[in-house]
Design a protein around this ligand. Sequence first.
Ligand code: SF4
Ligand code: SF4
Length: 279
Amino acid sequence: MKKAPVNRIIPFSNVDGPGNRTSIFFQGCTFHCLFCHNPETMTCCRSCGICLSYCPVKALRKKDGKIVWDSEACVQCDTCLKVCPHFSSPRVTWMTVEDVLNQIRRAMPYIDGITTSGGDCTLYPSFLAELFTAVKQQGKTCLIDANGAYDFASDPALMDVCDGVMLDVKAVEPSWHRELVSFDVEPVLRNLDYLLSVGKLQEVRTVILPNRDRENSETVQFVSQRIGGRCPYKIIRYRPFGVRPEYRRIMGEEETDPVYAESFVLLAREKGASEAFMV
Ligand code: SF4
Ligand code: SF4
């Protein structure tokens, strides 16, 4: 039976798409963003065992070469995440679609739908298609929060059951995009156009970095001219909280000034993104 690594499930969220939603975070990502706030979701655990001795309550052990996490014993101190040198977490559960449905069953009467996120949930497209098919049968909507690496146009089965994609466009200049996230920008921009063309672009998001006037402007202008008023454009302030110390040295220790970020909301609206807003 198909399984995917689930990092956590938040039963009720009002920041992962419209209405009240259950958010499901998958483990693993195609990007390696310098400003990632959840770096422990980037890769799947390789069972190196380094974190085991650091757990203060012995909630981690190794069995048959794999890490076993005792969720009952865990006190959520996050020590294992901080000491993992591989941008991973031992607190991940490989779940079937049925397992996920069982976990979200109690929330179902109270939510508008689900949002899958990560990491990058599109590493598991056939799992998503199966999960969405089951959730839609219950009259709920299914959204994907994506980094844009996956070729959505190549997967009509997934698009048939996906109500929309919330897409990150972190940069548009190719070399800066690669430096920032270790991945090419072309697939992201192809997805931007494709999702617009099929009416499934739910939202675009861009993080505004401090002291990066040219890069911020290029990205905001490009996206705004592309999307116009067809979907919301979320302008996000960079915040160093959660970013790994080695990357804070590159990205800066200060969060983006709200007045500075607001100037990019105004730029976005001036360039056509009438639904631009800041968080
Ligand atoms: S978060 Fe849980 S598993 Fe990780 S070190 Fe702390 S108690 Fe142990
Ligand atoms: S979570 Fe990280 S440190 Fe712990 S066993 Fe997995 S890869 Fe190793």
